[in-house]
Design a protein around this ligand. Structure first.
Ligand code: SF4
Length: 150
């Protein structure tokens, strides 16, 4: 099958909406709560996930209505990407903005399937807990969202 590698031919700003959306691997790591040190601005990732995150698939369970349901859900686009420095290094948007390619496990390089991403440990599957359990994210600081596998 021939792959239309649009991400190698277009800048993030040139992509259509559907091309932009397809870059998201569905890892779910951006939907984890993060904590920021008030003194140093350092960002810490936690394993506590947004109430809407499906912990099995890594996808949002109500993507169309996420802004209405979650007050601090943020819209990522090509114009504000540089304000999202906390995106995990595996994130396709971050990687392309840094001049890197897609990793070999990315769904776009694997017939849209996520199994290689999960096998590489690049998603939240089996690693995150829902904020619905009323947990303190400070007790769940983790470093695995920062892992990177090519
Ligand atoms: S971290 Fe990036 S690739 Fe992963 S779900 Fe979020 S936007 Fe998509």
């Amino acid at each position: 099958m021939t792959i239309n590698a649009f991400w190698e031919q277009k800048s993030l700003k040139q992509m259509t909406r559907s091309e932009w959306e397809s870059l998201c691997d569905g890892c779910g790591k951006c939907c984890l709560h993060k904590l920021q040190d008030e003194d140093t601005d350092e960002v810490y990732h936690t394993a506590v996930a947004c109430q809407l995150l499906d912990l099995r698939s890594g996808g949002c369970s109500d993507y169309a209505n996420r802004f209405a349901k979650v007050d601090d859900c943020l819209q990522l686009d090509a114009d504000n990407l540089d304000t999202f420095q906390w995106l995990p290094p595996s994130c396709a948007y971050r990687r392309l903005s840094e001049g890197k390619g897609l990793p070999s496990w990315h769904p776009l390089l694997n017939d849209g399937k996520k199994h290689k991403m999960h096998a590489a440990g690049m998603s939240v599957r089996h690693k995150a807990v829902s904020e619905g359990f009323d947990l303190d994210p400070a007790d769940f600081i983790v470093i695995w969202p920062l892992d990177e596998v090519e």
